[in-house]
Design a protein around this ligand. Structure first.
Ligand code: GRF
Length: 195
């Protein structure tokens, strides 16, 4: 039986697309978004995967919006919640509901360059290699246990855009690979000893 996952997005959704196109031992059962206009929702529709969106305006406040999104995600009893370009901080209450089972892909070799503008940070630091990280989401942003990383070279003529594009390519490989291997193993238990 495929491992059930839900995916949270806020925008373009290229990682969602890669996940949808590489479902071997996992199944995306719903795509949720805090942005009803998120471009990436189109990929869910193309793959006939249900979507669920709530804007801040519809909900009345960010708190109520998050609550509605979390409630829907939990009602689907997913094995994993995948953040894929989801631009909202995940509340601790939701993390506590699914300990070790909310994952994120971040475009840097964590613990280097957490947070915003990681490509800019990598270029400014003069890094020779950069990449992406799939990690467990914990209460501290971009600081949870690392599951997998993929590296790319930084070229002398790189701009933020060219570097971001090279990193994005490996994100599209590593995120589905992680999920397919968890799906094959059958289960994955992570104990967060930091909280
Ligand atoms: C990706 O670089 C991801 O690592 C970061 O936000 C970007 C989202 O891109 N968290 P997309 O929406 O998946 O195309």
């Amino acid at each position: 039986m495929a491992c059930r996952v839900v995916v949270f997005i806020s925008g373009r959704g290229s990682n969602l697309k890669a996940l949808l196109e590489n479902q071997e031992s996992f199944e995306v059962v719903c795509v949720l978004s805090n942005k009803p206009e998120a471009e990436g929702l189109e990929y869910a529709r193309e793959h006939r995967v249900p979507t669920f969106t709530v804007s801040k305006k519809e909900a009345g406040s960010i708190g109520a919006q998050k609550e509605k999104l979390y409630e829907h995600a939990l009602s689907l009893e997913p094995e994993f919640v995948l953040l894929a370009g989801y631009m909202q901080i995940v509340e601790p209450e939701f993390i506590d509901e699914l300990p070790g089972r909310i994952l994120n892909v971040h475009p840097s070799l964590l613990p280097k360059f957490p947070g915003l503008n990681p490509h800019k940070q990598a270029l400014e630091a003069g890094e020779q290699e950069h990449g992406c990280t799939v990690h467990v989401v914990t209460k501290e942003v971009d600081a949870g246990p690392i599951i997998a990383q993929a590296k790319v070279e930084v070229r002398p003529d790189d701009t933020e855009e060219s570097l971001a594009a090279r990193v994005l390519k490996v994100e599209h490989q590593v995120y589905p690979t992680v999920l397919n291997s968890f799906g094959r193993i059958g289960s994955f238990i992570f104990l967060d000893r930091t909280n």
